[in-house]
Design a protein around this ligand. Structure first.
Ligand code: HEC
Ligand code: HEC
Length: 220
C-alpha cells in the first residue's frame, strides 16, 4: 500500500467514525462494538440460550472482570495495568477479576478488543434489562434449591439471584444448561470463585447443584 492509499484508508476510517458518532478517537462507538456480540448473546445481551448466557443487566465491574479474565487469563499484572489505565472508570478497591480457565470461545473473542473498548461496551449491557427465560423445572427440586440458596448463596446473590449488585452474575432466569456447566466449572476448579463462595460450595453435591439450577430456572 502506497502512502496515498494509506492516507485514503485513514480518511475513510475517520469518516466512518464521524458518521457513527465517534466515541473516542479511532474507536468504534460502544453500540457498534457490542453489536458484534449479538450473534451469540442476542440483541441487548439476551441470548436464545441454552449454553450461551444472557449478559444483560450485569454491573460494569462484573462485565469488565469477565472480559479481562478471558483476555488475559491469570496474568494479574496485565489486568492491574488495565484498571490503572482506565482513568477512574474502574476502582481498584472494588474490582476483582478471577481466572475463568482456558479453551472457551470467549478468550479468543476478548483478545480482539482493546481494554478501553471493553470498558466502553460495559454500559451498553449494564443498561439493558435482563430477560428472565421461562424454562421447565421440577417443583420438588425448586423447593430444595430455594432453601439451599437461602442458606448458602443469598448473602451475595441477593433477591433470589435476581441482581448483579456487588458484582455477581445474574442467576434468576439465566439459562439452566449454562448454569449447570458453570457450577460444574466452579466445582472442578476450571473457573475460580471467591473464597467465601468456595466455602459454601464445598459441601454441596451434584444433586444439590441440580436443585439450585432448577430454583434459578424457575424464577420469574
Ligand atoms: C460465538 C459465540 C459468542 C460470541 C460472538 C460472543 N460470545 Fe460471549 N460467550 C459465549 C459463550 C458460549 C459464553 C459462555 C462461556 C464460554 O463457554 O466461553 C460466553 C460468555 C460471555 C460472558 C460471561 C458471562 C458471565 O456471566 O459469566 C461475557 C461477559 C461475554 N460472553 C461477553 C461477550 C461480548 C462482550 C461479546 C462481543 C464482543 C461476546 N461475548 C461475543 C459465546 C459468544
Ligand atoms: C461471598 C459471596 C458469594 C457467595 C456466598 C456465593 N457467591 Fe456466587 N458469585 C460471587 C461473585 C463475586 C461472583 C462473580 C465471580 C466472577 O466474576 O468471577 C459469583 C458468581 C457466581 C456464578 C456465575 C454467574 C455467571 O453468570 O457466570 C454462579 C453460577 C454462582 N456464583 C452461584 C453461586 C451459588 C449457587 C452460591 C451458593 C451455593 C453462591 N454463588 C454463593 C459471590 C458469591
Amino acid at each position: 500500500m502506497g502512502i496515498t492509499s494509506i492516507k485514503k484508508a485513514l480518511i475513510a476510517a475517520g469518516l466512518a467514525c464521524a458518521a457513527s458518532g465517534a466515541f473516542a478517537a479511532g474507536m468504534a462507538s460502544p453500540s457498534m462494538l457490542a453489536g458484534t456480540c449479538a450473534a451469540c448473546h442476542g440483541p441487548g445481551g439476551n441470548s436464545d440460550g441454552p449454553a450461551i448466557p444472557g449478559i444483560a443487566g450485569v454491573t460494569k465491574n462484573y462485565f469488565v472482570a469477565a472480559m479481562l479474565s478471558y483476555k488475559y487469563g491469570d496474568d494479574e499484572d496485565a489486568i492491574e495495568k488495565a484498571v490503572a489505565a482506565s482513568g477512574g472508570a474502574l476502582d481498584p478497591d472494588e474490582f476483582e477479576a478471577l481466572p475463568r480457565g482456558k479453551g472457551t470461545i470467549m478468550s479468543r473473542i476478548a483478545k480482539g478488543y482493546e481494554d478501553a473498548e471493553i470498558i466502553a461496551m460495559a454500559d451498553q449491557f449494564a443498561n439493558s434489562p435482563f430477560n428472565r427465560n421461562a424454562q421447565p423445572t421440577k417443583q420438588a427440586l425448586v423447593n430444595k434449591g430455594s432453601s439451599l440458596h437461602e442458606d448458602n448463596c443469598e448473602k451475595c446473590h441477593e433477591d433470589g439471584g435476581r441482581t448483579s449488585v456487588d458484582d455477581v452474575g445474574i442467576l434468576a432466569g439465566q439459562w439452566m444448561p449454562y448454569l449447570s456447566n458453570t457450577l460444574a466449572d466452579f466445582k472442578d476448579g476450571t473457573r475460580k470463585m471467591p473464597k467465601k463462595m468456595a466455602s459454601k460450595m464445598k459441601d454441596l453435591n451434584a444433586a444439590d447443584l441440580e436443585a439450585l439450577v432448577h430454583y434459578y430456572g424457575s424464577q420469574k
